[in-house]
Design a protein around this ligand. Structure first.
Ligand code: SAH
Length: 393
């Protein structure tokens, strides 16, 4: 019965996938050159922030005052910074905390536990972040690039190509702005005082490892204790990648134990070549070896992301092959997060049937692989995984 199910091939529907000179889906690693966003406090190291103050003829401790306002009170409003001298305060704040993200639109679910923000950057590029309340934690899905150059045919962001890399401060400011919204009670009734974002997933727009240096600087600022940074725990930050193997190896050597997620979506190169165009560079086995090495270097259990697409990658034999490839590399180092596909507008692909998903999960579990079917929070506001697009409609 299983074998009688059809094999749907991942062809682009309702849009045209960009192809390279070799006729394969094009990959864009380098960011197009565009005007850089203004330099912001969150772009600088603690030392650089102090140097900046000295250059401006101010005492170095002003840097810590500004940082406290920004990273602890989530404000860039000079009127609230009464500990700074009134003379020159506006100019200082305008220079150190320039506005980076202009809110274009905000959509919330009926229950109010999910908010999607659409932000405009200084050059008009659009990015989104999604804020989600769960019992005991608040997760923010952040963007790391405007658009994405990885060209995955099932992902709304990929269909639009790469506009540019985001700066460190543009990445960090998404968290600060979300914390501000939470403090203002926008995410519904708080569970306790001083609630803020506890978990970050780099699963918004962009391929984080294609914007490596800025993403890592943002992570360092997220984990730096307040007021130098946001005082978050590295293990609550998830960096998700299509599988840029050299960058995964670099990440493993950073000594920042973030949670690592690999967007695999197929255990066989034949299908993954078409589903994840970067598989033309780094094959399934290479990506899994790099993921395993990440576990060895950090002790952090790795996540495998797997969007279940009807009749495309949800066959029982693929669950078995995935389990075999993971078990081949040891036990206890990995778990699998299948997620029902969120179809992009116009797509003929759909999510797998519930019974097929259950069977996929059952087979992995039977093979000893911890597996958690993920929810598709935010679907009704187009805020679910893979639905983030720069459409200002
Ligand atoms: N570029 C990174 C992070 C952004 S995407 C990466 O690929 O991992 C975050 C996750 O959403 C990835 O696992 C991605 O494959 C998945 N995703 C993309 N489009 C999706 C869709 N239409 N339905 C479900 N998941 C999707």
């Amino acid at each position: 019965m299983e074998n009688s199910r059809p094999q749907v091939r991942p062809t682009a529907e309702g849009w045209t996938q960009k192809l390279g000179p070799d006729g394969r889906p094009s990959l864009q690693f380098a960011s197009p050159k565009r005007g850089k966003p203004p330099v912001h406090l969150a772009d600088l190291t603690v030392e650089q922030r102090r140097e900046r103050m000295t250059e401006l003829g101010l005492p170095a401790f002003r840097a810590a005052q500004l940082s406290t306002h920004y990273f602890t009170h989530y404000t860039a409003d000079p009127a609230q910074m009464t500990d700074l001298p009134a003379a020159g305060r506006e100019e200082l704040v305008a220079g150190m905390l320039p506005p980076l993200l202009t809110e274009v639109r905000r959509l919330a679910t009926d229950k109010g536990d999910t908010i999607k923000f659409l932000w405009k950057l200084h050059d008009g590029a659009l990015v989104e972040s999604v804020l989600m309340r769960y019992p005991g934690r608040i997760t923010l899905c952040v963007s790391s690039q405007a658009g994405c150059g990885m060209n995955c045919p099932f992902c709304a962001t990929g269909q639009a190509g790469l506009t540019r890399n985001m700066s460190t401060a543009e990445i960090v400011d998404q968290v600060v702005r979300a914390n501000r919204a939470i403090a203002e009670g926008e995410l519904g009734a708080p569970e306790h005082d001083n609630e803020r974002v506890t978990n970050i997933v780099f699963m918004g727009m962009g391929e984080p490892l294609a914007n490596y240096a800025r993403v890592m600087d943002a992570v360092r600022t997220m984990v730096a204790p307040q007021p130098d940074g946001l005082g978050m725990s590295a293990r609550h930050i998830t960096v998700s990648t299509v599988g840029l193997v050299p960058a995964i190896q670099k990440l493993a050597n950073e000594k920042i134990p973030v949670t690592f997620a690999l967007s695999l979506h197929a255990p066989d190169d034949e299908l993954r070549d078409e589903l994840i165009p970067v598989n033309s560079r780094w094959k399934v086995d290479e990506a899994l070896d790099a993921a395993r090495a990440y576990f060895e270097a950090t002790g952090r259990r790795v996540s495998i992301e797997y969007a279940l697409i009807k009749d495309m990658n949800d066959h029982a034999w693929r669950a078995d092959l995935l389990a075999a490839k993971l078990n081949e590399r040891g036990r206890g180092w990995v778990h699998v997060n299948p997620i029902p596909l969120n179809p992009t507008p116009g797509s003929i692909w759909t999510s797998s049937e519930p019974a097929v998903m259950r069977e996929f999960v059952r087979r992995l579990e039977e093979a000893g692989i911890p597996t958690t079917l993920r929810d598709t929070r935010g679907k009704e506001i187009d805020g679910a995984c893979g639905q983030l697009a720069a459409a200002d409609a």
